[in-house]
Design a protein around this ligand. Structure first.
Ligand code: ADP
Length: 258
């Protein structure tokens, strides 16, 4: 049975549709990448799933639940997380734990457990301002897991990191996907390919492809689907060119043709 079922999900900003009626399901235990160029609607989709913003149409079901109840089941790391840099990593997680209604003792124990889990226990008494980008992101993942969510959602978790930070966080994601259901957004195919079991390809607010990496590749071989990606994003060009069935990618009138 699916963990999350999304039906005809829509979002309009000032009357302009940015998510145009998407349908998908997430199975428990899977790691799924939401892949698409900047502006595709990835953040908007994750925010709707997390309950941070309301959809303008459609339905989200989480194991039979709807609406506000879903929030407690999902942990969410935004694309630009805000940390209190003057706090230590431990203080921050205890603070987040208290906000999640844990007792002081519970929050402290959970903070220690999570600091260990994400691999920054050695730095728990150091101020966050002194953390590297990769350490901050790992702290952010710990924060998202404070309430033991069933689904962990990470918005572009590695896009702002240097190569060392990227490696740290991708390795952590590899480990976490064995323990939890994971949905993450990225605009880089290689990241999706490295960690995810399945991908959902979002473009201009619509799902243009979904399935396992192999399924998506096979379909490309058969159909040579014309995925029009917006111009100007080198990473997207590389991402599409990296699909083995794609012979070349060229720019024509502001759209990528494959
Ligand atoms: P992605 O995460 O794939 O880069 P977003 O979901 O952030 O895409 O954005 C999708 C589209 O919605 C973009 O065109 C963006 O400019 C627009 N958008 C996002 N948030 C808002 C907002 N709060 N108000 C108006 N437009 C928005």
């Amino acid at each position: 049975m699916a963990m999350i079922t999304v039906k005809n999900l829509q979002k309009k900003y000032d009357g302009t549709p940015v998510v145009k009626g998407i349908d998908f399901q997430l199975s428990p235990g899977k790691c799924v990448a939401l892949l698409g160029p900047n502006g595709a609607g990835k953040t908007t989709t994750l925010r709707m799933l997390s309950g941070l913003i309301r959809s303008t149409g459609g339905e989200i079901h989480f194991e039979g639940m709807k609406g506000k109840d879903i929030r407690s089941q999902i942990g969410y790391l935004p694309q630009h997380p805000v940390f209190h840099n003057w706090m230590t990593g431990k203080e921050f997680l205890v603070y987040v734990g208290r906000l999640a209604h844990l007792s002081m003792t519970e929050a402290s124990a959970r903070a220690d457990q999570l600091l260990e889990r994400v691999g920054i226990a050695d730095a728990k008494n150091r101020r966050i301002g002194k953390y590297s980008g990769g350490m901050k992101q790992r702290l952010g993942i710990a924060q998202a897991m404070i309430h033991k969510p069933k689904l962990l959602m990470l918005d572009e978790p590695v896009s702002a990191l240097d190569p060392i930070g990227r490696r740290e966080v991708l390795t952590l994601m590899e480990e976490l996907k064995e323990e939890t259901t994971l949905l993450f957004s990225t605009h880089i195919l290689n990241d999706a390919e490295e960690v995810s079991d399945e991908l959902i390809l979002l473009h201009k607010g619509e799902i243009v492809e979904s399935g396992s990496m192999n399924e998506v590749r096979d379909r490309h071989r058969v159909d040579k689907i014309d995925m029009r990606l917006e111009a100007g994003f080198e990473a997207d060009k590389q991402a599409v060119a990296a699909l083995p069935s794609v012979d070349h990618v060229e720019l024509d009138k502001g759209e990528w043709h494959i």
